[in-house]
Design a protein around this ligand. Structure first.
Ligand SMILES: Nc1ncnc2c1ncn2[C@@H]1O[C@H](COP(=O)(O)OP(=O)(O)OP(=O)(O)O)[C@@H](O)[C@H]1O
Ligand SMILES: [Mg+2]
Length: 351
């Protein structure tokens, strides 16, 4: 089995680029190959115009931040940050200037004399970052650097990393399995699955127009509703028959579906695109009749699972609306919000 196959990625100068995918999809392998810590069995790696396949890791001018902070426990914060500079024979005054500047950027000036054991996880994380940024390499490679932090600290560090990226104007390649991190931090996101690149795009592109069923399911929480469907014509009217409703796509989308010759399809609907409706309306692409089955309240909004005669749907609603369990609910979706996938290949159908 290959950890990665035929992966072609171009990260732009100064970009915050995110590699996103589930555990085992090859993210760390890709990063280690870029860093020179792992050798690819084939393919070329360029940094700028320079082919670096034969260049050892230490000469690639990259800094890597690992999931485990890997600080030297017997050294102070100051010496941890200064370590790489000493190895590279920077002068004492130059080291002092750079360490203090970096500490100020990361807000760790007060901690310089402490040992790592006397720091919180978030503080250790910042020291690890400090060690990476102190010598301004060409690019920063980060492998799930926030995964050891608690939820609140993660949100804070997310914002700090984005700010740091803006200040340093460096190229960041950031690995995560967390789609929220990818969406909030990345300028562009590459989604990987089983060693294969699924899609590259801005977070919004990947969210709005997932290239296939894997990306559609992986990005977004609650996940996109996916309904198996059969393309049919009823009294000359084209549409998709799902277990619970007849779905009428826009004519243009139907044309693409017909041209693709898909025999079975999957209809995708984001939870925010389902709306409770009172009456019938010809402008809807579909109406689903069901009953409220589960309500998860998040304070600001609620996620509601509606049981249909055969399947179920999840929708997102404002918190104010009261929905007793078991009450009937009719859900409608507008044609522009329908997404279609080929059930056999998983590929997106349409624009
Ligand atoms: N040294 C190795 N020898 C053989 N197979 C390996 C080695 N390291 C990783 N793999 C395999 O390569 C695949 C990709 O692993 P990788 O560590 O890149 O995944 P990942 O996306 O970083 O996952 P995670 O989110 O769990 O860190 C996995 O199937 C893994 O089992
Ligand atoms: Mg990994």
């Amino acid at each position: 089995m290959l950890a990665l196959s035929a992966l072609t990625l171009e990260v732009r100068d100064g970009e915050f680029f995110v590699l996103l995918g589930p555990s085992g999809c090859g993210k760390t392998t890709a990063l280690r190959i870029a860093a020179g810590l792992e050798e690819p069995s084939e393919g070329s790696i360029y940094i700028g115009d320079r082919l670096v396949n034969e260049v050892p890791a230490k000469d690639r001018d990259l800094a890597m931040v690992f999931q485990s902070y890997a600080l030297y426990p017997h050294l102070s914060v100051y010496d941890n940050v200064a370590f790489g500079l000493r190895m590279r024979k920077y002068s004492r005054s130059e080291i002092d200037r750079l360490v203090r500047e970096t500490a100020a950027t990361l807000g760790i000036q007060e901690l310089l004399r402490r040992r790592p054991a006397a720091l919180s996880g978030g503080q250790q994380q910042r020291v690890a970052l400090g060690r990476a940024i102190v010598r301004r390499p060409q690019a920063f490679l980060m492998d799930e650097p926030l995964s050891n932090l608690d939820a609140k600290m993660r949100v804070q560090m997310r914002a700090e990393l984005v700010r740091l990226h803006r200040e340093l104007r460096g190229t960041f390649i950031y690995v995560t399995h967390d789609q929220v991190e990818a969406m909030t931090m990345g300028e562009r996101v590459a989604v990987l699955h089983q060693g294969l690149l699924q899609q590259v795009g801005t977070p919004q592109e990947v969210y709005d127009r997932p290239a296939n069923l894997f990306v559609a399911e992986f990005i977004g929480s609650p996940a996109m509703n996916l309904l198996e469907a059969e393309p049919v014509r009823v009294d000359g009217q084209p549409g998709l028959r799902t277990a619970d409703a007849f779905v009428r796509p826009l004519a243009a989308l139907w044309a693409v579906l017909e041209a693709a010759g898909a025999r079975s399809a999957v209809v995708g609907i984001r939870p925010e695109h389902l709306a409770p409706q009172e009456g019938e309306n010809a402008e809807f692409a579909a109406c689903f009749e069901g009953q409220v089955d589960l309500v998860e309240s998040l304070g600001s909004e609620q996620h509601v699972t509606v049981a249909l005669p055969r399947g179920s749907l999840v929708l997102r609603l404002p918190a104010a609306r009261r929905l007793p369990i078991g009450s009937p609910l009719r859900l409608a979706v507008a044609p522009v919000h329908l997404q279609l996938f080929d059930a056999e290949t998983g590929r997106r159908i349409g624009p």
